[in-house]
Design a protein around this ligand. Structure first.
Ligand code: IYR
Length: 253
């Protein structure tokens, strides 16, 4: 069996767009060589505010949980748009902003996404992942069935753009696109949580090409994450996980 990282990095070419998606995302103009620099828009808060806000923010974030049981209650799409605006404030390599967010809200398309994911996840859980991986997941009670993909009012599919095309047709390098999209995904999850909604960082193994084709995304984009967004089911349960204490994650030198 391949390791999770090896599986995630398998090349996904050889799958054609069914509906003639564009060849690349873009256009993404390069930064001008004479880009102006302006004063930072920043107001320094009093020191006691800094300490209070840091402690408050930790308490808020410590309440975040990955949720797998969603309510079908609607969420205005404008809320998701603001959440994606927040994700789009992330830093990125050479300010290339190498992300595309596809929001799927129609019941028909959500069902098509679910069908693709469940078909692959059945093979993942029974064949690709192997005994150790499935044993490691058993305490979390995950499985190949994904009702949240049709229950949640919105699905956000996060694509990383590995490059873009310049006006002259040459490729623009998207430096650190993997890391940039990972950072932006952290902001996305934080924005969802801050808004009072819940999500699940699902990683649909081997579904990239089929979902890219379904959604008409171009060849320079690769699916990295699929996040259902909504309210939790009223009877939602989560595993009773504990987080590492500070002393186990911090080294003071
Ligand atoms: N992508 C699968 C399996 C899965 C893998 C890990 I590592 C998890 O932390 C949770 C699930 C799924 O979504 O079920």
């Amino acid at each position: 069996h391949l390791s999770p990282d090896q599986l995630a990095e398998l090349p996904e070419d050889g799958v054609e767009d069914e509906d003639g998606g564009e060849d690349t995302a873009g256009p993404a103009p390069s930064l001008p060589a004479d880009l102006e620099h302006v004063p930072l828009d920043y107001k320094r808060p009093p020191e006691e505010d800094v300490a209070r806000r840091a402690a408050e923010f930790y308490r808020l974030m410590d309440k975040r949980r990955t949720v797998r049981a969603f309510s079908a209650d609607p969420v205005p799409v404008g809320v998701v748009e603001d959440i994606i605006r927040a994700a789009g404030t992330a830093p990125s390599g050479a300010h290339t902003e190498p992300w595309t967010y596809v929001v799927v809200s129609s019941p028909e398309l959500k069902q098509q996404v679910r069908d693709i994911v469940e078909q692959e996840e059945l093979v993942n859980y029974t064949q690709r992942m192997g005994d150790q991986w499935t044993a490691d997941l058993r305490p979390l009670r995950t499985g190949w069935e994904k009702p949240y993909l049709t229950d949640a009012p919105h699905l956000v599919l996060v694509f990383k753009q590995q490059y873009s095309l310049k006006e002259d047709g040459s490729r623009r390098n998207h430096y650190y696109n993997e890391l940039s999209v990972a950072i932006a995904s952290g902001l996305l999850i934080t924005a969802i949580h801050y808004s009072g909604l819940v999500t699940l960082t699902s990683t649909p193994l081997n579904c990239g090409p089929a979902l890219r084709a379904l959604l008409g995304r171009p060849a320079n984009e690769k699916l990295t994450l699929l996040l259902p967004v909504g309210y939790p089911a009223v009877d939602a349960e989560v595993p009773d996980l504990k987080r590492k204490p500070l002393e186990d994650i911090l080294v003071r030198l």
